[in-house]
Design a protein around this ligand. Structure first.
Ligand code: HEC
Ligand code: HEC
Length: 269
């Protein structure tokens, strides 16, 4: 990896959405974090990409937010209920929830991300089928849920259940080199962040903008899809979505971005 040629740090700009909502895109790292400052991936993108995220009328991810709201209010499953039947107005009920996931789920005895929580409500409360991984409606609904916390700082509760152990397991994965290229998450996102790999400006790999609208794919990309893509790039076998390995990674990487605002739907290259 050539680090010298195009090296350059994150841009020194502020993200203010629609000239009114200030987004925390840089903040002091939580205690125990290897870096001093955590920085949103927004700072590493081009001016055009950054501008798209700053204008909610131009942000293509906002269409998924709208679609998610429709799903929230649509009856599905044998119980004849919608999400709104139990939870009421989504904008009210969901405020803040997306900033605190993943969260310990005592019944399942593991951390739940929003996708798993939504599936639990679909199966147990609506008698509907769980979503297939990366179904369009799953991405739209999770985008809608996360968007209700836009601007709020990410903070997950590691004191519940066995969250500490999952955090530890995620940390281990983060620093383990794998694949034919023998790279760890930390190689690219900690040691080389700020440098270029091919045409890509490497960020810290924070997750506060997920699901994220990717211009390259003209679509929303879920977090576990992104994790799998990064692992595939090291030419390693990639684990299943929502497997224990990726759930642990989600806990750990979400913690790394503690204090950054939820940006969903972020726009990335
Ligand atoms: C029959 C009522 C019912 C329906 C319908 C329902 N839920 Fe729930 N939901 C619950 C209950 C009860 C809880 C809290 C206990 C639990 O986790 O199951 C909950 C919890 C949640 C939470 C977690 C809240 C938190 O503070 O962590 C989210 C998010 C959520 N539901 C989203 C949804 C979505 C999205 C839908 C539609 C796909 C939906 N729910 C449908 C009853 C329902
Ligand atoms: C070969 C280098 C490389 C490795 C190894 C790698 N990534 Fe990435 N990752 C990238 C590139 C390139 C991007 C896109 C540019 C950026 O945001 O850094 C990216 C983006 C991301 C993003 C999206 C950031 C945002 O702001 O949208 C996340 C999250 C992420 N990576 C997590 C991980 C995790 C977790 C691992 C380990 C399982 C990992 N990456 C391993 C190269 C890598």
């Amino acid at each position: 990896m050539s680090s010298a040629a195009l090296a350059g740090g994150p841009v020194d700009e502020k993200l203010v959405i629609d000239d009114e909502l200030e987004i925390i895109t840089r903040t002091a790292a939580p205690e125990g974090h290897p870096l001093d400052e955590v920085i949103s991936g927004w700072h590493y993108r081009t001016e055009e990409t950054r501008a798209l995220e700053a204008d909610s009328f131009q942000n293509p991810g906002m269409l998924y937010v709208e679609r998610g709201e429709e799903i929230w209010n649509t009856v599905e499953g044998d119980a004849g209920k919608s999400c709104a039947s139990c939870h009421g107005d989504g904008e009210e009920f969901l405020k803040g929830i997306g900033a605190n996931y993943p969260k310990w789920n005592a019944d399942a005895n593991k951390p739940f991300n929003l996708e798993l929580q939504v599936d639990q409500c679909r199966e147990e409360n609506m008698q509907a089928k769980p979503y297939k991984f990366d179904a369009a409606d799953q991405k739209a609904l999770v985008t809608y849920i996360k968007h209700q916390s836009i601007g709020m700082p990410v903070e997950i509760d590691l004191s519940q259940g066995e969250m500490q152990e999952w955090w530890k397991k995620g940390e281990e994965t983060y620093y383990t080199r794998t694949g034919q290229l023998n790279l760890a998450c930390a190689t690219c996102h900690e040691d080389y962040n700020g440098n270029y790999i091919r045409a890509d400006h490497l960020s810290q790999g924070n997750v506060n903008g997920f699901p994220t609208y990717r211009l390259k794919q003209s679509a929303m990309v879920s977090l576990h899809n992104r994790f799998r893509g990064c692992i595939r790039d090291t030419r390693a076998e990639f684990p299943a979505a929502f497997s224990d390995e990726l759930m642990a990674l989600e806990v750990y990487v979400t913690w790394r971005g503690t204090g950054l605002s939820v940006e969903t739907p972020a726009v990335r290259q």
